[in-house]
Design a protein around this ligand. Structure first.
Ligand code: PMP
Length: 508
C-alpha cells in the first residue's frame, strides 16, 4: 500500500491517509478482506505519529470500510458506496478544487431540462410541478412598482450609487423587528443582508469549512446545499429524513462517531419532503448540537408559508446554547428574482461573512432592498403573503385529493402543513426518471427524487411542487401521471410474470 502525504496541504495528515485508503479501495488496489498494515508499521513508513494513523483508521472504521479483529489485525470489509458520499480527496489539495456542480444551482434541474421546462412553460397546455417557486401571476406588480417609484424619488441617487456593504439599513431594522416578534432577539451587528439564502450558505461554507471537513446534511435535501457541500474537498454525511424531519437517532449516532463542522437543516416545510420538525425534535436537535459543539445552520426559507397547524418557534428562537445560525430570504414569500436574503449569527461570525461578501460583490442590490423595505413598511408584503397562502393552500389540497384519486394504492406521499411541494414514494419497481421521460411528451414535468440525495438513490421518489400551477392544471397533471403509472406498473407486473415463467421452466 503506497501512500503519499503532502505536508504543505491544508488537509490534516490523518484525513489524507483516510482519503487515500478510500481511493485505493474504490480503485480496486485494496480488496475486500485485505489486511491493512498495523498502526506502528504504517506510522514508521510514513514518518508520522502512531496517533495520526490511529485517527485515520478510526475514520475508516466510522465509515464502515474497515474492521479490526482482536489479535489478528485490521481488514477491508466494504467498498465505498459512491464517490460523493465519502468523497475521496486527492493528496494534492489544489487538485481537490474541481469545478462546482453548477448545473444543480439552476432551480433544481439539469440545464437541458431547465431549457426544456422554460420552453414548456410557454406552452399553455403544460403542467409544471418542477419548481419550488412562487406563482408569478400573484405578484402584485402595481404595488411593487409604486414602492420602487417611492424609493427612487426619495433616495434614488444614493440607492444607485455604491453604498454600505452591510446593506440597506431600514430593511435591516424592519427584519430585526420581525425577528423579535418570533422570539429572535438580535442586534444590527448580528444580521447581514445577502443575495438570498444561497449566498449566505456559500459564505458560511467558505468561513466554517476546511478541505476534508465533514458536514451533516439532511438526505434528501435542497440541491443548492448539495452543490455546495458535495464538492470534492468536503465530506457530506447524509442523515435520513423521516415523517418528523431529520432522524435524530441517526444524527446522534453520527455525532458520537464523527466530527462534522456543521449541521444544515430546513426544519420547517423541508425541501423536498415538506415535513416539519416538531417542538420536541427541535429541542433535542439543539441539545445534540450543544453537546457535541456543532453549529446548526437553520434555513427557514419556507416558514411563513403555513396553511394549517400552529406556527412553531424556530431553532434560533429556542437556542439557549448559541449554536444556531439562522437563514431566511424573500425568495419563497416574495420575489426570488430580487435576491434579498439575510443571515443572523453572532457578531464575530457576521464580521467574517461580511468581509468575505465584500470580497465577492461589495454589497447587495440596494434598490431591491429599499423597494422591499418600502413594500413591507406599507403593509403590502403581509397582504401579498396572505394572498399567496390562500391560493397555495387550495393548490396543495387539490394536489393531495388528486393524488388520492389517481395514484396507485401502494404509492404514498407527505401531507405538508405548508411549503411548496409534496414528496411522493412510488412502488419500488417504478423509476421516477422513467416516469418523467414518459410524462414530458404529454406536457407534465416534475423533479425526480434522486436529484435531492447525497450521491443519488431512492429512484422511486419524486417531488411535486404545487405553487406554480393552477388547481385545474394540478388536477389534469396528476391524473395524467396516474394513468402513466398504471401503465408502468402493468408492464412491470407483466415483465415479472414472464420472468417467473422462464425461471419456472428452467427449474423443471
Ligand atoms: N434554501 C432552500 C431550502 C431552498 O429550497 C431554496 C430555493 N429552492 C433556497 C435556499 C435558495 O434561496 P434563495 O433564493 O434565497 O437563495
Amino acid at each position: 500500500m503506497i501512500l503519499e502525504l503532502d505536508r504543505h496541504s491544508h488537509m490534516p495528515l490523518y484525513a489524507q491517509i483516510a482519503a487515500q485508503v478510500r481511493q485505493l479501495i474504490r480503485g480496486g488496489a485494496l480488496k475486500l478482506g485485505d489486511r491493512l498494515p498495523p498502526n506502528r508499521t504504517l506510522a514508521e513508513r510514513l514518518g508520522v505519529n502512531r496517533s495520526t494513523v490511529a485517527t485515520a483508521y478510526d475514520e475508516l472504521l466510522a465509515d464502515g470500510l474497515i474492521a479490526s479483529r482482536v489479535g489478528s489485525g485490521t481488514y477491508i470489509v466494504a467498498v465505498p458506496a459512491t464517490p460523493l458520499r465519502d468523497n475521496a480527496i486527492p493528496a494534492d489539495s489544489s487538485a481537490a478544487l474541481t469545478p462546482l456542480h453548477w448545473e444543480t444551482m439552476l432551480p433544481e434541474l439539469r440545464p437541458e431540462e431547465w431549457l426544456a421546462n422554460r420552453d414548456a412553460a410557454r406552452r399553455k397546455d403544460c403542467v409544471l410541478f418542477t419548481h419550488a417557486l412562487p406563482a408569478t401571476e400573484l405578484f402584485p406588480l402595481d404595488g411593487f412598482r409604486r414602492s420602487v417609484e417611492r424609493v427612487l424619488r426619495r433616495d434614488g441617487r444614493n440607492l444607485l450609487q455604491l453604498g454600505a456593504s452591510s446593506g440597506y439599513e431600514p430593511l435591516q431594522q424592519y427584519l430585526l423587528q420581525q425577528l423579535a416578534l418570533v422570539g429572535i432577539r438580535a442586534e444590527a451587528s448580528e444580521i447581514l443582508l445577502t443575495s438570498g439564502c444561497q449566498q449566505a450558505l456559500d459564505l458560511l461554507r467558505q468561513t466554517l469549512l476546511q478541505p476534508g471537513d465533514e458536514v451533516v446534511i439532511e438526505n434528501p435535501t435542497y440541491p443548492g446545499a448539495l452543490s455546495l457541500f458535495c464538492q470534492p474537498q468536503y465530506r457530506p454525511i447524509g442523515v435520513p429524513v423521516g415523517a418528523h424531519g431529520l432522524d435524530l437517532d441517526a444524527l446522534a449516532d453520527v455525532l458520537r462517531r464523527r466530527r462534522p463542522k456543521l449541521i444544515y437543516v430546513v426544519p420547517t416545510f423541508h425541501n423536498p419532503t415538506g415535513v416539519t420538525m416538531d417542538l420536541a425534535a427541535r429541542r433535542r436537535l439543539l441539545e445534540l448540537a450543544a453537546q457535541y459543539r456543532v453549529p446548526i445552520v437553520e434555513d427557514e426559507i419556507y416558514c411563513d408559508l403555513r396553511y394549517d397547524g400552529a406556527a412553531l418557534p424556530s431553532l434560533k428562537a429556542l437556542d439557549r446554547y448559541g449554536v444556531v445560525i439562522y437563514l431566511n430570504s424573500f425568495s419563497k414569500v416574495g420575489f426570488p428574482g430580487l435576491r434579498v436574503g439575510w443571515v443572523v449569527a453572532p457578531r464575530l461570525l457576521i464580521e467574517h461573512l461580511h468581509a468575505l461578501r465584500q470580497r465577492s460583490d461589495l454589497h447587495g442590490n440596494l434598490l431591491a432592498q429599499a423597494a422591499m423595505a418600502d413594500f413591507a413598511q406599507h403593509g403590502l408584503f403581509q397582504k401579498h403573503l396572505q394572498r399567496c397562502n390562500r391560493h397555495y393552500v387550495q393548490r396543495r389540497d387539490v394536489m393531495l385529493a388528486a393524488l388520492q384519486r389517481y395514484f396507485p394504492r401502494d404509492a404514498s406521499w407527505t401531507q405538508p402543513e405548508g411549503g411548496m411541494a409534496v414528496w411522493v414514494r412510488l412502488p419500488e419497481c417504478v423509476n421516477s426518471d422513467e416516469l418523467l421521460a414518459q410524462a414530458q411528451p404529454q406536457g407534465v414535468y416534475f423533479t425526480p427524487g434522486p436529484r435531492f440525495y447525497v450521491g443519488g438513490g431512492q429512484a422511486h421518489t419524486l417531488r411535486l411542487s404545487f405553487t406554480t400551477t393552477t388547481p385545474a392544471q394540478i388536477e389534469t397533471g396528476v391524473k395524467n401521471l396516474g394513468k402513466l403509472l398504471e401503465k408502468l406498473l402493468a408492464s412491470s407486473a407483466a415483465a415479472r410474470g414472464s420472468q417467473r415463467a422462464v425461471t419456472g421452466k428452467a427449474l423443471v
